[in-house]
Ligand binder design. Structure first.
Ligand SMILES: Cc1ncc(COP(=O)(O)O)c(C=O)c1O
Length: 384
């Protein structure tokens, strides 16, 4: 295996999530699978085939670099959309390969049109408009000039989409801001139709928006975190719990399990410290197990003396500091732990589980952050 830990990705969990999210969005709505950040840490090369198996043919990425990686894997009829960064030479590649991309300023629009002219092709553009997120997006005041430019250059682009992104639809605290964004988007949309320019698709929703604000769904949804089985926030989960009516019906199932094996076990006498420094003092004879996963492998150092893993179906605490390549757990109360035993870092073992959410709470990280930090070189396999 040549790795100290491994990741399993569940095909049935993914299928389940796509079925549920499709029922939320509606059958005629395009499902764009957001696979930026190496498919939220799951591995693009695994998620793209699973998504295609589930009938998905639209993928969203952040950069041209990610689009290039996705392009090597997707089938010929799939579409790839870049929502963020593209360099000038990358734009040339994108147009040549019919990659769709967000346009949020004159500079990119001008370069796209001139590159399309040069290649005698059409650029596939999604105009991203500023509705209140204040990251990227075309400002309303610039529309008259933009409209002139778009009308003069209609032969050189396909108006694939009119879109925006919400500033935290997963949190009730942002309710008014999101509502304002929805109405500002409508204003933009009306402006374009008044001027006779209609996009193929209007799309604004990410997971949280689609799950909690149905009017944001429109023609396409850019589903990221939810397809991997995570609720964007506990509020989103509670909202759906009520809406989907049914006790215990967690509609999303997590795909990812992260596992390792016990590398060594030993006993430490009372009065000794475990690991570097003096953060853990043994107060009675203690059996410890060493796991070959440390902060260089994505297990945060902040989990020193606080993290938990599962061994033999029991939750065991991390003791001492997490080192670059190892962590140590106290297995005194778990009978029979030995070298080679399975260790679950994230996922289920017998009746217990460690979720990304609890892992995040322990290490004070966002689930998005934690997932995308899992090193890409840990081998991933698809399981049932
Ligand atoms: C523009 C855009 N759309 C969609 C998404 C997907 O969001 P989520 O993972 O919350 O579904 C993101 C992610 O940050 C994004 O930046």
């Amino acid at each position: 295996m040549f790795s100290t830990s491994y990741i399993e990705i569940s095909r049935s969990a993914y299928k389940n999530n796509i079925k549920y999210l499709t029922s939320v969005a509606g059958k005629n709505v395009v499902f764009s699978s957001v696979i930026k950040g190496n498919a939220y840490g799951h591995g693009m090369e695994h998620i793209i085939p699973l998504a295609e198996e589930a009938g998905i043919r639209h993928f969203s990425v952040f950069s041209a670099k990610e689009a290039y990686a996705a392009y090597q894997i997707t089938s010929p009829d799939a579409r790839i959309m870049i929502m963020g960064h593209i360099d000038h030479d990358e734009l040339e590649w994108a147009i040549e390969h019919d990659i769709e991309f967000f346009v949020f300023d004159d500079d990119r629009l001008g370069k796209a049109v001139s590159e399309a002219k040069k290649q005698k092709k059409k650029a596939h553009i999604h105009l991203e408009v500023e509705t209140g997120f204040h990251r990227t997006g075309i400002e309303y005041e610039t529309l008259p000039d933009l409209m002139k430019y778009l009308k003069c250059n209609q032969d050189h682009y396909i108006f694939e989409g009119l879109c925006t992104h919400y500033a935290g639809a997963e949190s009730l605290a942002n309710y008014l801001r999101i509502k304002n964004q929805i109405s500002t988007f409508r204003q933009f949309s009306r402006y374009f139709s008044r001027h006779g320019l209609a996009p193929r698709l209007k799309h604004t929703a990410c997971s949280a928006a689609a799950l909690t604000y149905p009017t944001t769904i429109m023609d396409m949804v850019r589903f990221g975190i939810a397809q991997f089985g995570y609720w964007p926030s506990p509020e989103t989960q509670m909202f759906r719990f009520k809406k989907d009516q049914g006790a215990g019906n967690d509609k999303l199932k997590r795909l990812l399990s992260w596992k390792s094996r016990v590398m060594a076990v030993k006993e430490v006498e009372a009065g000794q410290f475990v690991g570097y420094g003096s953060s853990f003092l043994v107060n009675k004879k203690t059996k410890i197990a060493i796991i070959p996963v440390g902060y260089a492998n994505g297990f945060s150092r902040s989990l020193s003396n606080t993290g938990r893993v599962l061994i033999r179906g029991r939750r065991v605490p991390v003791i001492g500091t997490v080192t670059m390549n190892t962590l140590t757990v106290n297995v005194t109360d778990v009978p029979g732990v030995e070298k080679g035993d399975e260790v679950v870092i994230i996922g289920k073992q017998k009746r217990l589980s460690i979720s990304i959410a609890s892992f995040c709470e322990m290490s004070n990280m966002l689930n998005y952050q934690l997932l995308t930090r899992i090193p890409s070189d840990i081998p991933r396999t698809i399981v049932k």
